[in-house]
Every structure is written in C-alpha cells, then in structure tokens.
Ligand binder design. Sequence first.
Ligand SMILES: Nc1ncnc2c1ncn2[C@@H]1O[C@H](COP(=O)(O)OP(=O)(O)OP(=O)(O)O)[C@@H](O)[C@H]1O
Ligand SMILES: [Mg+2]
Length: 326
Amino acid sequence: MESAIQVEELVKHFGHVHAVDGVSFDVTPGTVFGLLGPNGSGKTTIVRILSTILHPDAGRARVLGRDVVHQADEVRYLIGLAGQFAAIDPNLTGAENLRLTGRLAQLPGRLARTRAYDLLDRFQLRDAADRPARTYSGGMRRRLDVAAALVQRPPIVFLDEPTTGLDLQSRNELWDMIRELVAEGATVLLTTQYLEEADRLADRVAVMSEGRVIASDTPAALKSQLGNTVLEIGLKNEAEAIRAADLLTRATGVKTDREGTLVHLSSADGTRVLLESVQSLNENDLVPTTLTVREPSLDDVFLSLTGQRARTDETDTAEPVARIRR
Ligand SMILES: Nc1ncnc2c1ncn2[C@@H]1O[C@H](COP(=O)(O)OP(=O)(O)OP(=O)(O)O)[C@@H](O)[C@H]1O
Ligand SMILES: [Mg+2]
C-alpha cells in the first residue's frame, strides 16, 4: 500500500541551527504517527514543511503521492492543519470561525454552515457556538482550532502539540476526538512532548532529538525497551540519596539514576523491584520522603536513548500510579 506521508532525508537549516537534519519516515494510511520530542527538536519545522508553509533545503516529502514542493497546491487541498499556536480569530464566535474557515476553503456557504455546526456538536462546543472565541477556555480554543482543521474534511490531518497546556480532562476529550477521526479513515500526524500522548494515540512514533530521529517504533516497543514501571524515591538529603542509590542497585540488580535527593529506577519487572526496594530501604533504616510509581515519560525515554534529560518546558503527563508522602 502506498504511504499516506513519505519523508526522505529531509533537511532544513536556519543559519547554524540544524532544525531538521536528515529525517525520513513513512506513515501508513489510516494510522496516527507521532513525532515525539522536546522543545526545539524540529517537530514544528517538519509539520511546516509537510503543510507547504516552508521549503526544505534538501530531501523530499510527499503527501498522498504529491510532492510538497512541486505540487504544493494539490497538497494544500488534502491536508488540515492545527498549528502549535491556535489560528482562530478571538473576536469571532466559534460558529463564525468555522464558517469562515469553510468559506476560505471555498465551500459553498450552506455547506460551510452545516459543517460548522456538525463540528461544533462533535467537539462539544454547540452551547458556546455564538460566543466570541476569546471567552473560551484553553481546552475549548484548542478544540475549536482542531475543528477548524477538519472543516474541509481533509484525508490528512496535522496536529502540532494538540493538547499542550490542557488539563487532563480536556486532553482526554481531544484524544477521543482524534481517535474518532482516524476511525473514519483519516491519517493523522501529531507532534507531542508527551510519551503518554504518543502511547495513547499513535500507531508508530519517531523520537526526535536536535533535528534527527533517534528512535522509531511502536509506543509499546519504546516503552518496553525502558521497562514499564518507573520508581522514584525521594530521600531526606543527598547523602541519604547516594546511600539509597547504592543499596537499591545492589538489592534489585537494576541501574539507578540519582538527581539530587531523588533516586530513579525503571524496570519491566515493576512489582519485584518495588518490593525489593522497599525491603532494602527498610532494613537500612532509610525512610523515603516520597515514593512515586509511574509509567515512563518522554524524559525517561530520552535519558535511556541519549543519556541526557529532555529539555521540555512542559511537565510530563505521565501520571503517577501512586505517590506516597511521609
Ligand atoms: N524561522 C526560524 N528561524 C530561525 N530558527 C528557527 C526557525 N524556526 C525554527 N527554528 C529553530 O529550529 C529548531 C527547531 O524548531 P522547531 O520549532 O521545529 O522545534 P519543535 O520541536 O517544534 O519545538 P517545540 O516543542 O518547542 O515546539 C529550534 O532550534 C528553533 O529555534
Ligand atoms: Mg513546535
């Protein structure tokens, strides 16, 4: 089957910044592809090239077989884009924003109106349809922005950090909507700084670092490479943390990372490591100030792939399974 999106050795430099530095990937039709990476890793630059806003310096990209540089007009007709910063007009109402987008896409007035109201229903914005978008909450704005990308019913949808800054409930609602879109046959490329988001939505993920893809796999494979459970143990002071890290490595056989007073362990064998850790701490009279059990985050993936932490502005969404404080 032909790929929905094909990216080959794409390069884009801004002065000495190698924003995109030889990136290749293929997206299967009817799937969600996640570009996962920290701030400045090149995600938006790739989205802008694919959506014909920016020309690459080298390499090529095709959307449903059309070249994004040489067949840009055709590509524009096939894609919907919800950029990283919402493109809605805050002074227009939700309904007006969507109708305007439809008109700009040259839909007949009536059709633009019907689609606008369908989308408002679907994105749970019907009650707010006639209010100016500036009165919307962050989650409502984000939903309106994604809705605007869908007015044309594009087969390919680009969502650049669709849920950044949203609370968990809004994030979940948007995730459901993205799943529905794909169930109806769309192909979605989304960028995210959250491993959890990629895990929940994407069929495949490319992990980006400084303009390159450093890993490309299914979310499950990426996570299992890391172990499924991350244990974070907070100690009273650094001296205790150093002692604990050493003890825990010996007790569990798992590598520990220490940052200040915090000790991390990640393992596929979470229950055993948790029990052995607690037992060893107890036997050595070390009482943690905090004990957190959670799934791996982008930060953990980064630490494991690059030996460095990801530089993200956002706090990761990887929700603790349990956080216990003394
Ligand atoms: N128009 C531009 N001029 C100069 N540098 C740019 C431009 N656009 C992007 N860059 C640089 O290219 C690099 C990649 O930026 P990009 O916006 O693609 O990253 P990103 O992964 O989307 O980051 P974020 O998660 O913060 O949105 C960054 O170092 C950025 O400063
Ligand atoms: Mg970006």
